[in-house]
Design a binder for this molecule. Structure first.
Ligand SMILES: Nc1ncnc2c1ncn2[C@@H]1O[C@H](COP(=O)(O)OP(=O)(O)O)[C@@H](O)[C@H]1O
Ligand SMILES: [Mg+2]
Length: 236
């Protein structure tokens, strides 16, 4: 069965889109077939991470409105044909319905191992519409007070819908003692956010922020904890 994973945060700018792109790329490297959906209607930018903006013909709103099939909108990203994107739309008036989203994710689940859903900032109507179809909810936060506070609000929202939040800390400063940092993050995750700790991603300075080589260790750990990567556990 395929995993349908929502990536949310509360606060904007903490790295939801970056984390979606990073996890999608890492899972594809681990031989999973992955499709990423950009549901940040009006402010789409996941296509920019992969420099796909000139290849967009149809977008997610076109698919959800029945203007085209998902096969017409989907863009292959890697040569191995593991990673795909259905780009977002600039239409900020679009109102997502659970029913249209459920039909699409059912179709995608037949073809892909993982559906990754990048979402807008805040706790929005879009999140409410997505919740009924997901199998996992990831909450991305940084260590700033504002991001943690909004992350807590998102985790509470998920709890009211009987969903367990799984937390990723992004833009972390490199620690002197990595094990101390891990313990602290686990504690914050469980006690403050009431979420399961999934992992941390360092702040990348002087590199492309989605440089998989630099980030590989952190991403492998997170993907393994997503319980998707048995093949990685066996082969590495
Ligand atoms: N780990 C990181 N290291 C350095 N820069 C990052 C990292 N994660 C995100 N960024 C940068 O932070 C900014 C906001 O990230 P983005 O993924 O667009 O956030 P969101 O989708 O939550 O609004 C972007 O400029 C992105 O390149
Ligand atoms: Mg974003």
């Amino acid at each position: 069965m395929s995993e349908v994973i929502m990536i949310a945060s509360g606060k904007g700018g903490v790295g939801k889109t970056t984390v979606t792109a990073l996890l999608g790329s890492q899972l594809a490297r681990m031989d999973k077939t992955v499709v990423m959906l950009d549901t940040d209607f009006g402010l789409r930018n996941l296509d920019l991470y992969f420099q796909l903006q000139d290849r967009i013909v149809y977008n997610l709103v076109d698919v959800l409105c029945g203007t085209c099939s998902f096969q017409q909108a989907i863009i292959p990203i890697d040569e191995q044909h593991h990673l795909y994107l259905i780009p977002g739309s600039k239409d900020y008036h679009f109102r997502l319905t659970s029913e249209a989203f459920r039909i699409l994710t059912q179709q995608l689940s037949r073809q892909f191992d993982v559906v990754l859903i990048d979402t807008p900032a805040g706790i929005t109507h879009t999140h409410t519409a997505i919740l009924p179809v997901i199998t996992q909810a990831l909450v991305v936060t940084t260590m700033t007070e504002a991001a943690l506070s909004d992350g807590m609000a998102m985790c509470r929202f998920l709890h009211t819908r009987n969903l367990t939040a799984r937390c990723i800390f992004n833009q972390l400063e490199r620690p002197i003692f990595p094990s101390h940092q891990r313990e602290r993050l686990q504690e914050i995750s469980q006690e403050l956010l009431m979420a399961e700790y999934l992992g941390g991603i360092p702040m990348i300075k002087g590199h492309r922020s989605y440089d998989l080589f630099v980030l590989r260790g952190s991403l492998q750990q997170i993907c393994t904890r997503l319980s998707l990567c048995d093949s990685y556990l066996c082969t590495e």
